[in-house]
Design a binder for this molecule. Structure first.
Ligand SMILES: [Zn+2]
Length: 342
């Protein structure tokens, strides 16, 4: 097992430095919100932070060698508590139990750390109960709430927390992390980066599960559907494919890479063909797109995909945005094919 340390976190330098300063200056806050997309490293950083604030080493925290660090690594530290949703939400009973559990002094560590995963899923009842513990911090309890969109929390909760936003990583940082983790196949790494929109956990998951192959088949079918030119079919296909925001981001990442490839194939000579990343897609489908779309149309499509990607974190109606973008692609395609039949 790889024990992650602060220096292993790439692409979140400002945030990491701020957390380290808090530990070194003994200025740890009572409550934190770590906010960012699923897979952006919030839980990993929360784990390292929890280990570091209780580390007994006077200089380098976490040392990963002292009794506290060892217990935390072995997941047997009684002073690190994880709260996770049961079913789709974190229920009031869980928060009541937590409040009673933390009303006694921490066992053996300086701090007790409560990490609330998917804190966006606290019910409003749970949030009310939770707020009381934040308002009257007992002992040395430190709360870390992990959220994808912290605006779903009560303003009174947010105002008691220090908010840290996790960045999406750029391509170079993604590559650096994946290489460090031992993923070496350049084509697979490139495809995973292209399909994960700067979310490192997603790229790792893809490479681990080797889901790329089956994912490519689904997308290939999707591209073929667009070529058949039926609005109803497209919307059905999108319904099947987009069960979550995560699915939406994966599809957008794929389409962005795909249309960039089409642009490359259309505008560059054959030497550039080796640079395309949608290698898993059938060449007949690629050719159909190259022949059906004009360069200016492809630029427009790429722009609208990018636009949705950048607004994704704040967009509650992401599916509507994606659907209208797909219909826009279809319109461009139909327009072209009707013109060519005249
Ligand atoms: Zn230690």
């Amino acid at each position: 097992m790889i024990v992650m340390d602060f220096q292993d976190i790439i692409g979140q330098e400002v945030l990491i430095q701020s957390l380290r300063n808090a530990i070194e200056g003994d200025m740890v806050a009572n409550a934190y919100i770590f906010n960012g997309p699923a897979g952006s490293g919030k839980k990993t950083v929360a784990d390292i932070f929890a280990r570091a604030i209780n580390c007994k080493d006077p200089k380098y925290k976490p040392c990963n060698l002292c009794s506290s660090c060892k217990k935390t690594i072995a997941k047997v530290n009684p002073d690190i508590i994880y709260i996770r949703p049961t079913g789709s939400s974190i229920k009031i009973e869980q928060i009541r139990k937590l409040i009673s559990d933390i009303s006694v002094k921490s066992y053996e560590n300086i701090y007790r750390v409560i990490i609330v995963e998917n804190a966006d899923s606290l019910t409003s009842e749970s949030q009310d109960a939770f707020l009381k513990t934040l308002e009257e911090p007992e002992g040395n309890n430190i709360f870390i709430l992990l959220t994808e969109n912290y605006n779903t929390l009560l303003p009174t909760i947010i105002s008691r927390c220090q908010v840290y936003n996790f960045n999406r990583l750029n391509k170079e940082d993604m590559k650096a992390v994946l290489t460090r983790l031992g993923f070496t196949d350049p084509v697979e790494v490139e495809i995973a980066i292209q399909n994960s929109n700067g979310i490192i956990g997603r790229a790792i998951e893809m490479l681990k599960n080797k889901e790329l192959e089956s994912q490519s088949r689904l997308y290939e079918e999707f591209l073929a559907t667009i070529l058949r030119g039926s609005r109803v079919e497209i919307l059905n296909c999108s319904d099947n494919l987009l069960n979550s925001k995560d699915d939406g981001e994966k599809l957008l990442g794929f389409l962005l890479g795909f249309f960039r490839d089409i642009l490359v194939l259309k505008t560059m000579d054959e030497d550039y063909a080796e640079h395309i990343i949608s290698k898993a897609i059938d060449s007949h489908i690629m050719d159909s797109y190259v022949n059906s779309f004009k360069e200016e149309d492809i630029f427009k499509i790429i722009d609208s995909i990018k636009h949705i990607i950048t607004s994704m974190d704040f967009n509650v109606n992401y599916k509507n945005s994606i659907d209208s973008m797909l219909l826009q692609i279809l319109e461009v395609f139909n327009d072209k094919s009707s013109r060519s039949t005249i």
